[in-house]
Design a protein around this ligand. Structure first.
Ligand SMILES: CC/C=C\C=C\CC(=O)SCCNC(=O)CCNC(=O)[C@H](O)C(C)(C)COP(=O)(O)OP(=O)(O)OC[C@H]1O[C@@H](n2cnc3c(N)ncnc32)[C@H](O)[C@@H]1OP(=O)(O)O
Length: 306
């Protein structure tokens, strides 16, 4: 009877909902304060982690290695976050291990006055800590999407191989650069890349030669699943994919990540048993009923915080 009044009320409610969503996103993003990473929540339930040393080519110093663990532990434990995008600020995605910090912040590496056994032990601990920086991405329950532009060198390849999904821009290249520095890659590439691309000859080709793999070859060989024209369109595509994931049941998505990752490292029979154990719990989730009802009623299901 009062169509004008009803429309007005509807518009006000929509505006209010919009403001509340923006406030929720802003409140969430203030809890992550880092020197080498910028974390924001551009869409509800979606976190965007940007490597944030653009003036240093997002090179990985000691602070970065520590903050990656803190950041992904914190995001992983956040029941409001359902998908995460990782990209790099500035001209390049990352130049990898900070070669300046290697000499300035990690003097133990080169201190020949110390006993070899003690130096080796200290180095082993450092490598383990650095490995954890990227293993934390794999262990975080939410899917992580890498959006790579321009150079992704050394530690950058270690980082993106720990992510669940990789997109890149047309100008991107991947370089397993370690042999050029006289070392074997040791923070994940040699372990994860063969399982991503499934072509041992290609993996050894690029790891022995440190040659650059440009976007088209990266797509052909399965390092990435999409190539976008520019950095901006690449980040946008990653955020859109994250948004799509965030609309699904977080129970279903996180169990899916856990099962795929487990199956990568175990025989099929063990993996089938593993998913049985997950689903004997998760099939009882309210999300299953909600999803079925929404499907039958041609509605969109809304899932509660995990
Ligand atoms: C326990 C071990 C754990 C991990 C091990 C990881 C191994 C590796 O990561 S090996 C790879 C090491 N990285 C490199 O060898 C790359 C060195 N950088 C470059 O070759 C180039 O910078 C580039 C990545 C090709 C980018 O070139 P360009 O686009 O021309 O930019 P630049 O002007 O060169 O760089 C801008 C700015 O960033 C600094 N920078 C870039 N990468 C690094 C780095 N890896 N370490 C320290 N600094 C880096 C570069 O010096 C520039 O800074 P200025 O102050 O302007 O000089």
């Amino acid at each position: 009877e009062f169509p004008g009044t009803i429309d007005l009320a509807k518009n006000r409610l929509a505006a209010l909902a919009n403001v509340m969503t923006q406030r929720a996103c802003a409140t969430q993003s203030t809890q992550w304060n880092y020197q080498t990473l910028a974390v924001s929540v551009p869409n509800p339930h979606v976190a965007h982690v940007e490597l944030n040393r653009p003036e240093k080519g997002n090179a990985m110093n000691l602070t970065f290695w520590r903050e990656m663990v803190e950041c992904f532990k914190s995001l992983g434990a956040d029941g409001d976050i359902r998908a995460i995008v990782v990209s790099g600020r500035g001209k390049i995605f990352t130049g990898g291990l900070d070669l300046v910090s290697l000499t300035q912040e990690m003097p133990d590496f080169f201190d020949t006055s110390k006993d070899i056994g003690r130096r080796a032990k200290s180095l082993r601990q450092t490598i383990e800590q650095f490995q954890q920086s990227f293993t934390q991405i794999e262990q975080c329950p939410q899917p992580v999407i890498a959006a790579v532009h321009s150079a992704c060198v050394g530690g950058g390849v270690d980082l993106v191989t720990a992510c669940d999904v990789r997109f890149c821009s047309a100008d991107a290249y991947f370089q397993v650069k370690e042999v050029d520095l006289g070392l074997a890659a040791d923070v994940g590439t040699l372990q994860r890349l063969p399982k991503i691309v499934g072509n041992g000859s290609f993996v050894k080709d690029i790891c022995y030669t440190a040659r650059k793999v440009y976007s088209q070859e990266a797509l052909d060989m399965g390092i990435v699943s999409r190539v976008l024209a520019t950095k901006d369109s690449c980040v946008e595509a990653a955020l859109n994919t994250a948004k799509l994931i965030a609309e699904k049941s977080p129970v279903a998505v996180q169990a899916t990540k856990e099962s795929i990752n487990y199956s990568r490292d175990h025989p099929v029979t063990d993996s089938l048993n593993h998913v049985r154990l997950i689903n004997q719990c998760m099939l009882q989730s309210e999300d299953v009923v909600k999803s079925a009802e929404a499907m039958l009623n041609k509605e969109t299901a809304v899932y509660s915080k995990l």
